[in-house]
Design a protein around this ligand. Structure first.
Ligand SMILES: Nc1ncnc2c1ncn2[C@@H]1O[C@H](COP(=O)(O)OP(=O)(O)OP(=O)(O)O)[C@@H](O)[C@H]1O
Length: 349
């Protein structure tokens, strides 16, 4: 499979806050200190430390970590809402750090829109005018921008509320307006900074489903910050897990949960039901000749949880089938192995 092209590429990125911040990235000794030692020695905070990654076209790239781990700083460096201390950031191959003010403005207005936790809505404007605001800044005429805004409002399920003010909306509705406003400019990338963390759990789930639906329909690249592991697992094609400014693991939800890179990540994901994340491709063992022709068929990206249901329902070993070919099988032992966190036995029996 070809890897899609990269929208953002980030290399050796540092953001250090504090006096004489730019001496920290080049200094191996200072760079190796932990956060408290660095602060004690230099008065500086290294919010992002030597981070490299790519965001692929069309993916939902989640940046996850506890409060203070550097998520917001990292994502703001992508469009230079925060100026990096050192490193490289490119968007579609173009050097973001070399952009002049005009080009940067264009990047933020047209190419990468941000959805914020506190919505950032204009209180005295109607929903329609809030959504049209980004288009107004771009210089689009009134009739055209209102028409475009109305279309996006319908897309996020706010029909009928066009003339309300933000104060007359619930938190979830306000966040839909924030989302619609970001979408209205038809950006290549949507950047979400913990957009749902102020919402109550049920509305939050609705909004997560909204994001999944929009992504499925439009395939737009999304970078999504969250400190919530379940949200990350639900939304992310890939997750970058941050700790103290570094990315400690970058991988699919399945890789993060199924093969944690270190004890920190293992501890982080300890309570995740593995069967809901690990796929049968990872859990299967080779089939013997009889097994490869009978039993329920599952796609390789079916979850172990789905496989358990199929095996229990039919009482048979399930086949993992792709393009008409049997790749392997999952039986009780493989499936229980995932649930118990014990490596599956791969040999055919
Ligand atoms: N302007 C600033 N000046 C000094 N330190 C800062 C500044 N902004 C952020 N920091 C520090 O950088 C570190 C990373 O902050 P950041 O806001 O990126 O973390 P975060 O993971 O997004 O946290 P949260 O989930 O709480 O928003 C923290 O230690 C924070 O205190």
């Amino acid at each position: 499979m070809n890897t899609p092209p990269h929208v953002f590429s980030v290399r050796d990125l540092w953001k250090v806050f504090g006096p004489k911040a730019d001496r920290v990235p080049g200094d191996a000794e200072l760079g190796a200190l932990d956060a408290a030692e660095l602060r004690a020695r230099t008065g500086c905070t290294a919010a992002v430390r030597d981070v490299s990654f790519d965001v692929r076209k069309g993916e939902v790239f989640v940046v996850m970590g506890l409060s203070g781990s550097g998520k917001s700083t990292l994502v703001r460096c992508l469009t230079r809402l925060i100026e990096p201390t050192s490193g490289e950031v490119t968007m579609d191959g173009e050097d973001v750090l070399a952009m002049n003010a005009g080009r940067l403005r264009e990047l933020r207005r047209h190419r990468a829109s941000m959805v914020f936790q506190h919505f950032g809505l204009l209180p005295h404007r109607s929903v329609l005018d809030n959504v049209a605001y980004g288009l107004e800044i771009q210089g689009m005429g009134r009739a055209e921008r209102r028409e475009r805004a109305a279309g996006v409002i319908a897309k996020v399920g706010l029909d009928g509320l066009e003339s309300r003010r933000p104060g007359q909306l619930s938190g979830g509705q306000q966040q839909r307006v924030g989302l619609a406003r970001a979408l209205a400019v038809d950006p290549e990338v949507l950047l979400f900074d913990e957009p749902f963390s102020a919402l109550d759990p049920l509305i939050r789930r609705d909004m997560q489903e909204e994001v999944v639906r929009l992504h499925r329909e439009e395939g737009r690249t999304m970078v999504f910050i969250t400190h919530d592991l379940n949200e990350a697992l639900k939304l992310g094609d890939r997750i970058a897990l941050m700790r103290d400014g570094r990315i400690v693991q970058l991988g699919t939800p399945e890789e993060i949960v199924g093969s944690p890179a270190d004890d920190y990540v293992r501890d982080f994901v300890r309570d995740v039901p593995r069967e809901q994340v690990v796929t049968v491709r990872a859990a299967m063992r080779p089939a013997d000749s009889a097994e490869s022709v009978s039993g329920p068929a599952l796609a390789p990206d079916a979850t172990v949880s789905e496989a358990i249901e199929a095996v229990v329902r039919t009482g048979e070993t399930a086949r993992v089938v792709e393009g008409g070919r049997c790749l392997g099988v999952v039986d009780h032992a493989c499936l229980l192995g995932v649930v118990a966190g014990v490596p599956a036995v791969k040999e055919a029996v």
